[in-house]
Design a protein around this ligand. Structure first.
Ligand code: AHR
Length: 326
């Protein structure tokens, strides 16, 4: 009898414990534990990047994700340090926008060994081992370069006979957008031998550097320059200032083509100083939070998630401006 009683009590106790534990897991303690996401950002080099950071921070808040945010100030070594610190802190998931394409295998191998999934946003890495990251969410930079090239190819049809001299302001050396936007543009303009890139140099995606490099281009080539192709709006805006200071009219004496579609570019288009911007959306936050949760829930996500984007020529700038979110 006593044994039976004891057994019953033990059974009840273990059942209660099981239930309690089970309830705890399903009801709150574990299931509702917020996801911890370590995010390593490139820096704050452009209007685009500021909007991208805001999008990630806002989306994390909305999604109830605990965000550990680190700004790498455009230095790969800082990103490597941040990723290692996220691993040491045992975050649930790591996301980052790699400043340059190469040199990630070791640190991503460390994340993999620690069983922390990695999501790439905005920029790609050139790692051969694709299992080092779960997915890459971002724009097709080659296509953006092609879109810029196609705009010029069309415009060239209405330009006077003779060579059309282009100067190119490249993004950060070794970064995916700089490599891909250069390649996409070159691929398209090759169809018209009149279109010639006479100078191409990095402006590191910043206004200050864009202005400085354009000043140098203007000093050596001055009136020979017909077109500026800038890998982002910030460099184009810096260069526009240099063109004006040189006594020329941006958008008229020198056609200006750029990429991103930030508000500053729309303002420049409305002022007649920029001819076209190819959209590159920085609003990746909501998609990142969604994918991070799917990955942690064990769902399969596509290896590549491409952002949908448009091209905005100056002619539509005023109409589109009120709709711009960044
Ligand atoms: O990686 C995206 C690029 O980085 C944007 O075009 C540029 O503005 C930014 O700095």
């Amino acid at each position: 009898m006593e044994t039976a009683m004891k057994m019953t009590r033990r059974t009840v106790l273990s059942a209660a414990l099981c239930l309690g534990l089970g309830f705890g897991i399903a009801g709150s303690a574990y299931a509702e534990k917020p996801v911890v996401l370590g995010f390593s950002q490139v820096g704050a080099e452009s209007e685009w990047r500021t909007a991208n950071t805001a999008s990630i921070k806002d989306a994390a808040k909305q999604a109830g994700v605990t965000l550990k945010f680190a700004d790498a100030q455009q230095k790969q070594e800082n990103q490597v340090k941040a990723i290692r610190s996220f691993i040491a802190q045992k975050v649930d998931v790591i996301a980052f926008s790699p400043v340059v394409e190469s040199g990630w295998d070791t640190v991503l191998g460390e994340a993999k060994a620690a069983k922390i999934p990695v999501i790439l946003t905005d920029r790609a890495v050139d790692a051969k081992d694709k299992s080092l990251y779960v997915t890459f969410i971002g724009s097709d930079f080659v296509e953006e370069g092609r879109r810029a090239g196609r705009w010029l190819l069309e415009r060239a049809k209405t330009m006077p006979a003779g060579d059309i001299n282009i100067v190119e302001l490249q993004g950060t050396v070794g970064s995916a957008p700089a490599i891909d936007r250069k390649a996409g543009f070159a691929e398209i303009i090759a169809a018209n031998p009149k279109l010639k890139v006479i100078r191409s140099q990095t402006g590191d995606f910043t206004r200050a550097k864009g202005k400085e490099v354009m000043e140098a281009f203007l000093k050596t080539d001055g009136k020979k320059i017909n077109v500026l192709y800038a890998h982002n709006d910030d460099m184009a805006i810096g260069a526009i200032q240099a063109i004006e200071e040189a006594g020329l009219k941006p958008g008229k004496d020198i056609l200006v083509i750029s990429i991103d579609g930030v508000k500053g570019a729309f303002e420049a288009m409305m002022a007649g100083k920029l001819n076209v911007t190819v959209e590159c959306s920085p609003l990746l936050g909501p998609q990142l939070m969604k994918v991070a949760k799917q990955v942690l829930a064990g769902e399969t996500v596509p290896k590549r998630i491409t952002t949908e984007e448009s091209v905005f020529p100056a002619e539509v700038a005023a109409k589109e401006f009120p709709n711009r979110k960044y």
